[in-house]
Design a protein around this ligand. Sequence first.
Ligand code: AMP
Ligand code: MG
Length: 400
Amino acid sequence: MISVEEARERVLESIHRLEPVEVELSSALGLALAEPAVSRFDIPPFDNSAMDGYAVQAGDIAGASTDAPAELEVLEDLPAGYIAKATVIPGTAVRIMTGAPLPAGANTVVPVELTGRLPEGVNIHQALKEGANVRYAGEDVKKGETVLPEGTRIDPAELGMLASLGYSRVKCYRRPVVGVISTGDELVDPLEDLAPGKIHDSNSYTVYGLVAEAGAVPLRIGIVRDRPEELRRVFTQHGDRVDAFITSGGVSVGDYDVVKEVLAGMGEMNFWKVAMRPGMPQAFGSVLGKPLFGFPGNPVSVMVSFELFAYPALRKMGGHLELFHPEADAVIDTPMGRKIGRMEIIRVIAEWRDGEYHARVTGPQGSGILRSMVLANALAMLPSEAGRLEAGSRVRIMLL
Ligand code: AMP
Ligand code: MG
């Protein structure tokens, strides 16, 4: 048996990121940057007003108050997007809108709420520090600065930042395409009615969802019977179209464990017993040059195995810096775990309360009880030596 950590390390060691592609900016959402984003100019590019009001010289309003306002001549009206023609000199102001470039000579903006309009000018009712309500050139980003390192995940804020930097196209790592296969003679698609002895294939749907949520592109190949020639044919048929395969079922030691049988003769495969529950038997390696994850068939085993091994691997293929789900410490509100000598992965409901995470078991934890995943928003990872933990103990949780 190997530990979860070791299995994960071995997986990640053999996974490489995909080649970069150049995409139109909005298509980069969710992808990882394949080049650092460097600024060719200051942002904002010029000193500008943070408020609607009056651009003035601070010295002119030093003694201003409601009772003794400073009276200034207004030289012009300046909307955003235009440059002032006038220069602000002592005794004058420019009426300015948010985002408009600060006129020459002005060093302070008085918000309109602190002013009173006069026929030819304005009364200022309050003294302000020099620089008040001015946004200075480069205060967000300096020219030449690396704003986003390579590997940064492009979320909405990054999209906006790239637009501010003037990127209309951007070099990113592409999303891995993942072929998703369910194996088993007992499986039928949800389109079909159940005959005696048959169950609906749920794994190809859960894995489809997991792959998509990991930022990769699922190709749901569907159900393959427990026949070696059928599985071989499907690998060959789709090998050129995918960057990785995920199969479920058929990796333990039963007579019909087709994945194991086929892969043992088809490429570089490892069959591991990983010290975890659920999900002990795992197959990992490559088929037709593409990484293959062979997960055990039980619906919960598949999902847990995916989160532990395939999720970080797909993140790495997609060029991301952050490979793992966030983790946290949590206090358990229900007892959990027992001595099994393997990492026990318990589906929990985690909630933030009184300044820390609390976790409680979702209910029955059998590896076929998919409802445990439906209810869970986190996985508690109990170390193999933990044994039974009473309420109030602390555990590590992975937030899903
Ligand atoms: P296996 O790993 O092939 O021995 O399967 C273990 C258990 O998971 C069996 O009860 C299977 O019927 C079930 N199972 C395997 N594949 C699926 C699937 N795609 N959807 C739902 N249950 C499955
Ligand atoms: Mg099977």
